[in-house]
Design a binder for this molecule. Structure first.
Ligand SMILES: [Zn+2]
Length: 287
């Protein structure tokens, strides 16, 4: 999701600012404005700075209860002013709307946006923050009964399965660019390295045909060598091609290696080495 930046919503610059290290953040706190959802972040900021005398808008982020648009307040790491005595540990997010009578609903879009912020803060922290409402730490009814109950239920989203506890977003570990020099797929379009029993465009290496000045065997050996550069154990007595070695003649061993590599790359697992499987070896990053 996008966060509408301070520059985009026309924020005044803060009069002062101090930051909080992530190690001190432990709480994700929900608020509401208990006013019309037509209120703008700039109006809230003006109120906080001119009337309350704060250095900036009080919240770290704001979400419009109707549109679900997310606005940057003080941001992820700045000390907020939304819950006296708890601004160091708590990231405060205000849902704009829910007038005093609490009549307006909080839209699905707004709930998704709020939950997205919560997932995002957990990812940034690398650990799950405790979900609280303002009333858990202050003498206030904020964020109202409806939002408070939703917080306490761990932010279920209508139409979605039961909410899962937050898990770190998996990140590819140690991604590096493809090793070596990219080699263009040497066969005509639509052809592939495959079994000798296949059609003419299934190139096995058995008959030693020439493509782009080299034999099919040399090309197929080049593809397997490239997998070796990518960290695959390839060759005689190794994990892959262990029986016949990298001899450039397509058979069950090349097929097994191709299928394993295709699975690794999330491409079609047919065991045939066409342009997609060739290019994945020479161009895709190693994860
Ligand atoms: Zn509040």
């Amino acid at each position: 999701m996008d966060i509408i930046s301070r520059a985009e919503w026309g924020a005044r610059p803060p009069e002062s600012r101090s930051t909080v290290p992530w190690s001190k953040r432990t709480i994700f706190m929900g608020h509401y404005s208990a006013a019309s959802a037509t209120q703008t972040p700039r109006q809230i900021q003006d109120f906080h700075m001119r009337v309350r005398g704060w250095s900036d808008i009080g919240y770290n982020f704001l979400v419009n209860s109707v549109t679900g648009l997310i606005y940057e307040g003080r941001g992820w790491t700045a000390l907020g002013a939304h819950c006296a005595g708890h601004n160091t540990e708590a990231v405060g997010v205000c849902i704009i709307g829910k007038d005093q009578a609490g009549r307006q609903d909080v839209s699905d879009a707004a709930r998704r946006a709020f939950k997205w912020l919560y997932d995002e803060v957990n990812d940034r922290k690398g650990k799950r923050l405790t979900l609280l409402g303002h009333r858990d730490r202050g003498a206030t009814s904020c964020p109202g009964d409806e939002i408070y109950a939703w917080l306490k239920a761990s932010l279920p989203i209508v139409g979605s399965p039961t909410p899962q506890p937050w898990q770190p977003t998996p990140k590819p570990a140690g991604t590096r660019p493809a090793p070596g020099t990219p080699v263009v797929f040497p066969l005509p379009a639509g052809w592939y390295f495959g079994p000798a029993s296949g059609p003419a465009y299934s190139v096995s290496g058995l008959h030693e045909r020439y493509f782009r000045g080299r034999t099919d065997r040399a090309w197929l050996r080049g593809w397997a060598d490239q997998l070796g550069r990518r960290g695959w154990s390839v060759g005689k007595d190794r994990r892959w091609l262990g029986q016949h070695g990298n001899d450039g003649i397509y058979g069950p061993e090349y097929r097994a290696l191709a299928i394993a590599f295709q699975a690794d790359q999330h491409i079609r697992q047919d065991g045939l080495i066409g342009a997609a499987t060739w290019n994945a070896a020479f161009r895709n990053p190693v994860t």
